[in-house]
Design a binder for this molecule. Sequence first.
Ligand SMILES: [Zn+2]
Length: 92
Amino acid sequence: MTEATQRPWYATGIHVQSAAINEDNYVCTAEGDTPETAVANADLIVNAVNSHDALVQALGQATEHVFACVLTDCIPCSKWKGEVGAALEAAE
Ligand SMILES: [Zn+2]
C-alpha cells in the first residue's frame, strides 16, 4: 500500500503542506462556504492528520484494556467494548 505524505503537516491559510515553509510541498487546498471556513477546514485537516498516529496508539491501548478487564461490574469497559474495537478498525 502506498504511504501517505510524511507527517507532520502544516496549515498556511487554506494550504495543507508537508513542511512549515512553502517549498512546493502542498498536500491539498481546503475549501469552505466562506474564506474563514476554508482556513478552519485546513487547520482541522492538519490537526486530525498530525494526531492520528497517537490516537490510534491510545485507542489500541484502550482496546487492550477493555478486552482484558476482569471487573464484572465495570460499566465503562462493558459499554465501550464494541465501540473501541470498531473505532480502532476504522482508524487503522
Ligand atoms: Zn474495566
